[in-house]
Ligand binder design. Sequence first.
Ligand code: ARG
Length: 589
Amino acid sequence: MSQTFADQLSELLNTALRSTSAADQIPSGFTAQIDQAQNRNFGDYQSNAAMVLAKQVKKNPREFAAEIIEAIPQSDLIDTPEIAGPGFINFRICGEALENRLSALLEDIERIGVAPAENSRTTVVDYSAPNVAKPMHIGHIRGTIIGDCLVRISRFLGHNVISDNHIGDWGTQFGMILWGWKNILDESAMEEDPIEELLRIYREVNAKTKDDESFKDICKNELVKLQSGDAENLAIWEKCIELSKSGLQKIYDRLDIHFDLWLGESFYNDKLGPLVDQLLASGIAVESEGAVAVFSDGTLGEKDDPFLKNEDDEWKPQPALIRKSDGGFLYATTDIATIDHRIDELKADAIWYVVGAPQQLHFDQLFQISKRRGQDVDLQFIPFGSILGKDRKMLRTRSGETVQLADVLDEAVVRARAIVDEKNPDFTDEEKAEIAEVIGIGSVKYAELSQFRMTDYIFDWDTMLALKGNTAPYLLNAYVRTRAIFRKLGSDYEVASEISLTEDAEKTLTLKLAQFAEIVPTVLDDFRPNALAQYLYEVATTYHKFWEACPVLKADGAVRETRLALCELTGRVLRCGLGLLGIKTTEKM
Ligand code: ARG
């Protein structure tokens, strides 16, 4: 498969730049950017290189742009470029290049032009990671869905990706759970719905600790017993983990999310003691008031130093605690050990953490500690914001509790079913159920992935399930329409023998579809699945415009074949793109 239009243009432009009279003055590392044009009236791609370089080469930007255009050799890729405004260079892909690209994309069934990344890396993606025996709430939905999408895209680009669910299976909540298990467990409820019963225990005991200090100590005592290896407590703990994991697995199955590893916090328990000793010996950690902590080493500017905080106009120490004075280890200790394991055993080149924005400080400190230990690994914190209710406060149920993920999925499917019932009354019950599942789960995922991850967004059923607008139902419907034509024809797509683009709407759609290969890799530049979502939405709207302007089945010869080819390719791009977002498609709705 040849390069994308953007890459080909970039080559043309950068070569041209170096054969202008200003070539000597252009910094050797400079590469001119090629951007997709927002509006096809002014061309398909645009570069601001002449404006960016004008000062450096001491030329008027428009004149320099003309000189660059002069230096671009004749090619069968573009018509003659044009200058616009203060010195933009506009490129228009010529009709024949669009036709050739369309043919090539049709043959590239699996990848639709997306080239594998040049350097394949081993990346561990750490996401979802709920805390055992606590509810997996709606907040976890963000990390789970974003993480899964990043895994899918990295894999598609040819990277070796290991997804790891770093569940919180060793936290202080176990003190409460253990006491609850021994004292208030309802056996039959546990049999019926273990997750629900564990949750009830956690909530009830948690409430009891709120106003009773001595009861807090009782729970803490259970935790200490567990941590020092008490057989009874260990057995209960194991049972809890097992029950929770199988409950979580059900949710993940429904979401079509699969982890390669479930190395929870407890996996690292026996590594923590030696690790702290090693950190002490190397001087990275020091003892402080009986505890062990990592302090600033003074090598970073104050503002960039996560081990300092500004209080009343003064920089004060903000150490990372890695062993408490009672000997207990902390979240950070486990995370340091986890990095070691991922580098040493999993051979990670990169580790991505998809975790809520409030944990920024924890990861800033963690990454600094790794640097100070001389580790050569690319660590990325990929934070996300909150999901809000319509009142713009944290989303809660009517009774004021945190909204649980499993309930959200149930409700999504029930609501989607209403749409299917109305739209397709004559489908069988089984078909309706299947389609409702695809639309319901897809809508929850798409509502998440179509937002920039840092945006706090309002969770609103009506918007996310709407058949119009930037929603999953709209995209799924567009996909279904591309499939319906072939059903009407009574046959599958047959390869077009001749491609001939005549109408503008066809060319615009071809260009859009060709840009799939340009968009997909950029998602990983800044971890923005919403760039892909936005693109797919544009594919769907462009397709609808094409559909209105260009009759398909009524056309003849090459025109008809080309239009059918465009329908087929649109379907493939939508299916592949939605698949990268983790969203399934349906053939009918
Ligand atoms: N269990 C944590 C929480 O729910 C998230 C863990 C994220 N991963 C990590 N390696 N710290 O807040």
